[in-house]
Design a protein around this ligand. Structure first.
Ligand code: F6P
Length: 525
């Protein structure tokens, strides 16, 4: 384990939590807890920048909360957090710093005062702002160019999910006349469907890839370029831009307009970098700066609020309590906002690519569980699909509701119904309903969190996303894993390359029986 970190299962607090779970934690009844404590809502809610969290419907009481905070301290969470903010190479398997927070740090003050970054990273901060200024100037140029009506982002994973989620979330702020499209899948149907409606002279392609080597993105980018030229498009420099750390590869591909970022920005943490260009085009430079500002406010909260009043810490510790003591295997994300409909997909990558790990920082197999499965759909749609299981199924699934107090662009009578439904679902999960017959019995005591935004704005979205990044950091730190690598995606990439040539040649030598059989079937005429 790294310097100041202690793996959770080697701390006294871990043993104390096991005892606490066996004694009272397992049987905590939320209905009784509320009846016994009129202050429960106040004590188990938390204000953070742009986000209010009701944590009171979670299966936690004051003694458990105290032990979870002990666990955080004994694991060295604060030291690990400070190491990240100091620019240390906490991504040990790739020997890299983890500094996406720097992308939303205000510029270095000219007088040397103000919101200063540690000296070690001051130079990076200057580069961040040079690139940000250039990218936002470009975004404004595109916004003012009436010929460009369609922006097609080609990227996958972190180069797709973040910008796509944010552009949809902030559609109310989008400049009319600019349509944004997102192509990620290597299935050619996706790109073909977008291209069928486009004209080269009105289209700007953004090729978004940290590495500029991801097979899906390179294949789609090559096809887009081929289409552009075949349709008589000229002036690649005007119609293609690359968002990448690999400027040389973009140049080899034939793209001269590039916006860079750095190896210390993980793909799933890159929305704040040049990868955010689609969002900047949609909402403008000022809106994008507000988005960064909201995230920065959450960074400051995470860095400075005492652990007991620190929302990312409280959420991350609850995640550990549920996963390792209650044994809950998943968390359902329920944004009661159609604009946030891609939030579950975005959070899936953030949580599961970061914390879906089975070894600690020293490469030792872990004797406890890590990332839960994240899944969900926007409310109220989910209610008419899988909420049956959440209320009456055999598994307990903590639900994370996200609600927005003030509606954007709603129609009369809709928003109060939406809010009534989110309250009703959280209430029903907790309260349950007695029925002797069985089929209409709701056991209740099912936990949920409600994250409430005053309004869905660039700043509040930035804060919400930074909150999620930091809560993933917290549980990853407690588990003693590296939340910032993703080796688990590599094997499939290598095998797919091999199988692509085998599909061509028919060579099945050395393959397992199933893969060989499928290969033959796929090749048969
Ligand atoms: O394969 C996983 C992954 O590396 C993600 O971590 C990343 O967000 C995605 O692929 C896309 O990578 P790139 O931006 O380098 O194309």
């Amino acid at each position: 384990m790294s310097g100041s970190m202690t793996r959770c299962d080697r701390t006294p607090a871990w043993q104390a939590l096991q005892a606490q779970y066996a004694a009272t934690g397992r049987s905590l009844d939320l209905r009784e807890a509320f009846a016994a404590d009129p202050r429960r809502f106040a004590d188990f809610s938390q204000d953070a920048p742009h986000v209010f969290a009701d944590l009171s419907k979670n299966l936690v009481d004051t003694p458990t909360q105290g032990l979870l905070l002990d666990l955080a301290r004994q694991c060295g969470l604060e030291q690990h957090r400070d190491a990240m903010f100091a620019g240390e190479n906490i991504n040990r398997t790739e020997n890299r710093a983890v500094m996406h927070f720097l992308l939303r740090n205000p510029p270095p003050a000219h007088d040397g005062k103000g919101d200063a970054a540690p000296e070690k990273i001051a130079d990076e901060l200057r580069q961040v702002h040079e690139t940000l200024d250039a990218m936002l100037a470009y975004a404004e140029q595109v916004r003012q160019d009436p010929a460009i009506t369609d922006i097609v982002n080609i990227g996958i994973g972190g180069s797709d999910l973040g910008p796509q989620m944010a552009v949809l979330a902030l559609d109310e702020f989008r400049l009319p006349g600019k349509r944004l499209h997102f192509v990620s899948n290597i299935d050619g149907q996706e790109l073909a469907a977008v291209l069928a409606q486009r004209r080269p002279e009105n289209t700007l392609f953004l090729i978004a890839s940290k590495t500029f080597s991801t097979i899906e993105t390179m294949t789609n980018a090559a096809s887009a370029k081929h289409w552009f030229e075949a349709q008589g498009g000229t002036h690649i420099a005007r119609h293609f831009a690359a968002l990448t750390t690999n400027v040389a590869a973009a140049r080899d591909f034939g793209i001269s307009t590039t916006f860079g970022f750095w190896d210390w920005v993980g793909g799933r943490y890159s929305l704040w970098s040049a990868i955010g260009l689609p969002l900047a085009i949609a909402i403008g430079a000022q809106g994008f700066r507000e988005f960064l500002g909201g995230a920065h406010a959450m960074d400051n909260h995470f860095r400075s609020a005492p652990l007991a009043q620190n929302l990312p810490v409280r959420l991350g510790l609850l995640d550990v309590w549920y996963r390792n003591f209650h044994g809950f295997t998943s968390r359902s994300i329920a944004p009661y906002s159609s604009a946030l409909r891609r939030l579950p997909a975005y959070l899936q990558q953030l949580e599961m690519e970061s914390n879906g790990k089975r070894v600690d920082l020293d490469g030792q197999a872990l004797p406890f569980a890590t990332a839960p499965v994240l899944w969900g759909e926007p409310g109220t749609n989910g209610q008419h699909a899988y909420f049956q299981m959440l209320h009456q199924g055999t598994d307990v699934v903590p639900v994370e509701f996200v609600a927005v107090k003030r509606a954007a662009r709603s129609l009369p009578g809709h928003h109060s119904k939406l809010l009534a439904n989110v309250l009703a679902q959280a209430q029903a999960l907790m309260q349950g309903k007695k029925d002797a017959g069985g089929h209409q019995h709701f056991p209740g005591n099912r936990p949920s969190t409600l994250l409430l935004l005053e309004a869905l704005t660039p700043a509040s979205l930035g804060a919400l996303i930074a909150l999620q990044e930091h809560r993933v950091f917290v549980s990853g730190a407690i588990w003693g894993i590296n939340s910032f690598d993703q080796w688990g995606v590599e094997l499939g990439k290598v095998l797919a390359k091999d199988l692509e040539s085998r599909l061509d040649s028919g060579d099945a030598a050395g393959l397992d029986g199933s893969t060989a059989g499928l290969l033959q079937r796929l090749r048969a005429s």
